[in-house]
Design a protein around this ligand. Structure first.
Ligand code: HSE
Length: 441
């Protein structure tokens, strides 16, 4: 009998996902032989410290602190970059391409910042750069968007792209617990990134939204052209007020496209999502992404957006695809590249919607009228108003919702409100998500 060919996998970064990838590759050894007709063997992995205790135990001679030595090792055929961070990961990825080695990654920050350069380098080297695990962990969103729904254009893609912030909001919502209390628990459970701002300030979700925006529209949106807000200003009062409006507050990434004007807009922000949307019912650490395509209508995918096993599953699905490509089997369609005359970031005046505002004001005659007048000066029309007095502080909390306006006008209105006599702190502003909302025509 002929000896089966062996392809060897090198893993850069043996953290949670790296170890999961090793574990599932090893455990399912016979499956790879069956479906690919080869032996697929995790062979070496790089670590920051050789002495750290790990949940997946491997022979000590397969670990190294020198990631480059794995990239350069002629016995290693496929590289998994699971190291995180940007600069070192970029350098190792480019080096792998130069060696003619395909790279599988879960690194959304790297793709968001250097995707254009890296995809071009992979194409030039004639190797695959695969990134299913970079968005929404175990949910196969990249493949669905790029392959299964290839007949569509996408006026709207939106959803929950960060599990940690969704966990925090869900517990605040269900238990009335405070933000700080739940954040403490999330830290203990190991959910929060070591740079907490990635989870709490919307940055991690924005990296993922930029990748989806690129896949859907062929354009790398710079984060400075995107609205990126986090969950730190959401209070239990906001969550109750949202419930009264039959909504839940979720941190969502929203990618909209106007095909009339050729604008694309990307935003990550807390929004009041109508309770009947699947995304509003996606709770805990789960992610959920709703794709509205011109052919299929709306498809919603929900599932585990992080964690060892789900994310390793996505890495391995990419490894299998890469091997199929190496064997001459079908590759995914080429990635789109549009030029600025075909599509550009939407200016704020073109992005419209309704808004939720919470203001803390002095409780005195005429204060509400002044707030309404300030909004009217910026053409912002009120839809609902409610006020709760706080007698001890002689202040009141005013919660307003607006009719449809645009991001430019509401931004000016908020600046004026902040300076208005009797307004005690920076107003809290959330968007009201409308699945039929639009970029202004
Ligand atoms: N910190 C991320 C999250 C991990 O909470 O979703 C997966 O990217």
């Amino acid at each position: 009998m002929n000896e089966l060919k062996t392809l060897r996998v090198g893993i850069l970064g043996f953290g949670t996902v790296g170890q999961g990838t090793w574990k599932h590759l090893s455990e399912n050894e016979s499956a790879w032989e069956r479906i690919l007709g080869i032996r697929l063997v995790p062979t070496r992995a790089s670590v920051r410290s050789l002495n750290k205790e790990r949940t997946v135990s491997v022979a000590s001679n397969v670990l190294t602190v020198d990631s480059r030595s794995i990239v350069d090792d002629p016995d290693i055929d496929i590289i998994c970059e699971l190291i995180g961070g940007v600069e070192e990961a970029r350098e190792l990825t480019l080096r792998s391409f130069e060696q003619g080695k395909p790279v599988i990654t879960a690194n959304k920050a790297l793709i968001c910042e250097h995707g254009d350069e890296l995809f071009k380098a992979a194409e030039k080297a004639g190797v695959r750069y695969a990134f299913e695990a970079s968005v929404a962990g175990g949910i196969p969103i990249i493949k669905v968007l790029r392959e299964s729904l290839v007949a569509n254009e996408f006026p709207l893609i939106y959803g929950i792209m960060n599990g940690t912030s969704n966990y925090i909001l869900t517990r605040m919502e269900n238990e009335g617990a405070s933000f700080d209390e739940v954040l403490g628990d999330a830290r203990e459970l190991g959910y929060v990134e070591s740079d907490e701002s990635l989870d709490l300030d919307g940055v991690d979700a924005a990296h993922k939204a930029v990748i989806l925006g690129y896949l859907a529209h062929g354009m790398w949106i710079n984060l400075k052209d995107a609205t990126v807000e986090g969950i730190r200003r959401i209070s239990n009062e906001d969550l109750s007020a949202a419930r009264e409006l039959d909504c839940k507050i979720k941190l969502i990434g929203v990618i909209r496209r106007s095909f009339d004007k050729n604008f694309v807009s990307i935003g990550v922000y807390p929004a009041l999502v109508p309770m009947n949307e699947t995304i509003a019912q996606t709770d805990g650490v789960f992610n959920g992404i709703s794709l509205t395509g011109t052919v299929v209508g709306t498809v919603v995918l929900t599932g585990r957006g992080a964690g060892q096993d789900p994310t390793a599953g996505s890495v391995i699905s990419d490894i299998v695809d890469v091997v199929k490509g190496m064997q001459g089997q079908a590759s995914p369609p080429k990635l789109l590249h549009v030029t600025p005359d075909e599509c550009e970031p939407a200016p704020l005046r073109e992005i419209s919607g309704s808004f939720y505002l919470r203001l803390s004001v002095d409780d005195r005659p005429g204060q509400l009228a002044k707030v309404a007048e300030c909004l009217a000066d910026h053409d912002v029309s009120l839809a609902t108003v409610s006020q709760t007095p706080n007698d001890e502080k002689q202040s009141a909390s005013i919660i307003l919702t607006t009719h449809q306006t645009n991001e430019h006008s509401i931004g000016l209105a908020i600046n004026s409100l902040e300076k208005l006599d009797g307004v005690k702190e920076k107003p809290v502003l959330f968007r009201m998500f409308d699945p039929n909302g639009f970029i202004e025509k």
